[in-house]
Every structure is written in C-alpha cells, then in structure tokens.
Design a protein around this ligand. Structure first.
Ligand SMILES: Cc1cc2nc3c(=O)[nH]c(=O)nc-3n(C[C@H](O)[C@H](O)[C@H](O)COP(=O)(O)O)c2cc1C
Length: 207
C-alpha cells in the first residue's frame, strides 16, 4: 500500500520532545516534490536564515548557487547528480549547491572550519524551510568534479551538498519502488546515551 503525502509527513515527524523547537521535529528529507514553485519571498527567507548561522571568526565562508526550475543553473546542478539522486531530485523546483571558502578572506590562511560552518548554515536553511511548510533534502551524491567545472568554482571552495527544496508530493508520483520505500521509511536516530558522554564510553547523566 502506498501512503498519502500527509500520512508520510506524519510518519516522518520526529517524536516531539517537550521544549524542543517544533520545526526540528518537522524537518525531514523528502524525495517526492510537487510542481508548485517556491516564491522569491520564501527563498529570501531560507537564505536569510542561513546567513545568520554562527561561523569561525564570523568568516561566513558559505556560498550558495541557486537555480529554480527551467533555469540553466537548475539544469546544470541536476545534470551533475549521481545515482538515485538523479531520478528524483531534478523534480524539485529549487536546487541549491552549498560551497565553502576554505581560506580566510583577510589572511589567505586555511580555514579548517569552513565545511563545519557551511553545515550549520545549511541546517538553518532547512529548518527555516520546514517552518515555511517546505520540504528539503541535502545530497552529497553528485559528481563533484563535474559540478566544479560546470560552474567554474575556484579550487579554494570546497563543495558541500546539493539541497533540493520545494513542496511535498504524493510518494506514488515517484514511480519507483525503491524510492517509494525510502519515502515510507520511518526516521531513525541513535539514542542520546550513545551520543552524549561524560567521559569516553560513559553516557552523561542527563536526568
Ligand atoms: C551531508 C549529507 C549528505 C547526504 N547525501 C544524500 C544523498 O546523496 N542522497 C540521499 O538520498 N540523501 C542524502 N542525505 C540525506 C540523509 O540520508 C538524511 O538526512 C538522513 O537519512 C536522515 O534523514 P532525515 O533528514 O529525514 O532526518 C544526505 C544528508 C546529509 C546531511
């Protein structure tokens, strides 16, 4: 049986923990995207959220290439996707490529936190998207060299993820059993006891 979009959306919401921001529970990585376009105003909001992420030395090393459906940028990002990403992600109305300057602008010295900071900014972006009722999906599965060449990206910039952005569609529209199964799959997380420690191998006592 194939679930409806709202059934999947409900399934994908993380179990709410009291006091945690609701958007954290709402965000999940969708693969089935509706034809509805993302407004310019909403695009500004998601990038504005990304802009306010913290970064080492306040360097703000992130840069984003953004392409809306039927644009050359969208077409180029889609063309460099790999594996199964190639099947579903081009249907998203917006494709974004995240990059990070691996050198500090003033000194030219290496910035080893550049990708860390891009990840933080991308998280803000996807959380803001969830708050706007959008779905998103970050992907490392693309041909990095091809992407670099397609956009003439300088070698100092590390490539992060492609982010698909848009509105959720019925999973059945994916038309591929493997993709539908992934859209139906419940989200899983490791328990806090394995992630938060008081010393190496010792879970922190949080309550
Ligand atoms: C750095 C990164 C790379 C990822 N690459 C891919 C990818 O290439 N293809 C894909 O389908 N999902 C990809 N994902 C999505 C993850 O599989 C997904 O975030 C994870 O399973 C947790 O699911 P959730 O985002 O719904 O909580 C990636 C996520 C991140 C953060």
């Amino acid at each position: 049986m194939i679930l409806t979009a709202s059934e999947v959306n409900e399934l994908k919401h993380a179990p709410a923990v009291e006091g945690v921001l609701p958007t954290v529970h709402q965000r999940w990585s969708a693969r089935s995207y509706a034809g509805r376009e993302v407004s310019k105003a909403d695009l500004v909001r998601v990038f504005e959220a990304a802009r306010w992420a913290a970064s080492a030395n306040n360097e703000q090393p992130w840069r984003f290439l953004v392409g809306s459906r039927n644009s050359l940028t969208h077409e180029k990002i889609a063309s460099a996707l790999a594996g199964l990403n190639k099947e579903w992600a081009p249907t998203a109305p917006v494709l974004i490529l995240g990059m990070a300057n691996t050198r500090f602008e003033r000194s030219g010295k290496p910035n080893s936190y550049a990708l860390y900071d891009l990840g933080a900014a991308s998280s803000y972006l996807t959380l803001e998207a969830a708050a706007l009722g959008l779905v998103s999906h970050q992907m490392a599965g693309f041909d990095h060299e091809a992407m670099r060449q397609l956009f003439d990206i300088p070698t100092d910039y590390a490539l992060g993820c492609v982010i698909a952005l848009g509105y959720q569609r019925e999973p059945a529209a994916l038309g591929n059993e493997q993709l539908i199964a992934r859209e139906h799959a419940p989200r899983e997380r490791k328990p806090l006891s394995g992630l938060v420690l008081s010393s190496w191998g010792e879970p922190a006592e949080l309550s």
